[in-house]
Design a protein around this ligand. Structure first.
Ligand code: NAD
Ligand code: IPM
Ligand code: MN
Length: 378
């Protein structure tokens, strides 16, 4: 990392990735299950406050595609939904999916992975940013040390569902679960990571794989990384085996600017990295195909034990909504939300996961009112 690039570090923008010809900008809102519903209600409040304060042309369409609906009707992602999203919507906002009554996650897989795969949202963009030093569990690390983004491949790898079970339930049972890595899929996520580095003043792109043992699929990653890197001579590169990366993220998170990795490893390291910034209660994500309808969601799941208790932190959902505002071209509103969140975190005005005493709703109200200018936040 070089200091002359540091001025750009806090101002990443996704706006150039959005199809700009739509007005009003229609957003599908899918709260999902468990705390997904609780946190989405607060994100919607904040979006409404932003729409009012900044005069944004947003139109929210609420879709109750949850476990209850699946259990009563059998329906998950309705037929034609993906075409409608692609043709008539600018973005999709999701709370979280997962319900103990649906142990195989059928509805979650159909809806969540259905949207990621069906809309070909190949970039899972997960920024890791320490909004206030006291939230970091690492000794001696501050905001400047924990500030990187993960580009998780989002359409292939271990998530393709290719495999099968032979002689199920017998002593001779065989289970096969394939990973699929394509040159097109690997190249485009690596290129997206490098392009982001260039456009956002990031000095270094790190690729993580397990090519020492996954000698076919991850060899493709190693070769594609070297090839794409040649197109970006100004960007430094580093390579880690993912086990070593897990250790380095704890020991020296300041080494990282942009990390690019496959679907499964990206899933795991972003939960780990979330802990560096205060936990899943603040970790955000965007699922993007540049130029197309894209999807925004917190990194966390439905945390069923907290559903309806007021203990869920809505900040991850609210900051994911802020990523969405940025993608939709509303940078000022997005920055305003982030600043309001940072101020409340600094002051300890938070839910119990961050040591505060506020409820989910109180945090949402405070931020929405702060954005409207009704109360001073922080
Ligand atoms: P989880 O992310 O739901 O929760 C793990 C733990 O993190 C919780 O018990 C809680 O202590 C904490 N946590 C998470 N979000 C929080 C928040 N907003 N505020 C405060 N604390 C929070 O993961 P899990 O328990 O492994 O999974 C629960 C369900 O969610 C499962 O069905 C899983 O498959 C699903 N899931 C869905 C998504 C998604 O929809 N994107 C992501 C991860 C897990
Ligand atoms: C996430 C989640 C999902 C994933 C699950 C719920 C399918 O863990 O968004 O990180 O593995 O991608
Ligand atoms: Mn995950």
């Amino acid at each position: 990392m070089t200091s002359d690039l540091s001025a750009y570090r806090s101002a990443p923008s996704l706006a150039h990735l959005h199809p700009r010809d739509r007005s009003p900008q229609r957003i599908a809102v899918l709260p999902g299950d468990g705390i997904g519903k609780d946190v989405t209600a607060e994100a919607v409040k904040v979006l409404a406050a932003c729409a009012e304060r900044f005069d944004l042309p947003l139109e929210l369409v609420h879709l109750d595609w949850d476990a209850d609906r699946y259990l009563t009707s059998g329906e998950t992602l309705p037929e034609g939904a993906l075409d409608d999203f692609r043709d008539y919507f600018s973005a999709i906002f999701i709370g979280a999916y997962g319900d103990p009554r649906v142990p195989d996650m059928k509805h979650a897989a159909d809806i969540l992975l259905g949207i990621r795969f069906g809309l070909d949202l190949y970039i899972n963009f997960r920024p890791i940013k320490l909004h206030d030093a006291h939230l970091c569990p690492l000794k001696g690390k501050g905001a400047k040390d924990v500030d990187f983004v993960v580009f998780r491949e989002n359409t292939e790898g271990a998530y393709v569902g290719v495999g099968g079970i032979f002689k199920k339930g017998t002593a001779d049972e065989v289970a096969l679960q394939e990973e699929i890595h394509t040159r097109k899929g690997v190249e485009r996520i690596i290129r997206a990571a490098f392009e982001y580095a260039v456009e956002n003043g990031r000095a270094n792109v790190c690729m993580a794989d397990k090519s020492n043992i996954m000698q076919y699929g991850h060899d493709l990653w190693t070769r594609c990384f070297a090839e794409v890197a040649e197109e970006f001579p100004a960007i430094e590169t580093q390579h880690y085996f993912v086990d070593a990366l897990a250790m380095q993220l704890i020991r020296a998170p300041e080494r990282f600017d942009v990390i690019v990795t496959n679907n499964m490893f990206g899933d795991i390291i972003t939960d780990l990295s979330a802990a560096l910034q205060g936990g899943l209660g603040v970790a955000t994500s965007a699922n993007i195909h540049p130029g197309r309808t894209s999807m925004f969601e917190p990194v966390h799941g439905s945390a069923p034990k907290y559903a309806g208790t007021g203990r869920a932190n809505p900040v991850a959902a609210i900051l994911s909504a802020s990523l969405m505002l940025d993608f939709l071209g509303h940078k000022q509103a997005a920055e305003h939300v982030e600043e309001a969140v940072r101020a409340t975190l600094r002051e300890g005005q938070s839910t119990p996961d961050l040591g505060g005493k506020l409820t989910t709703e109180q945090v949402g109200d405070l931020l929405a009112q702060g954005i409207l200018g009704a109360v001073a936040v922080g």
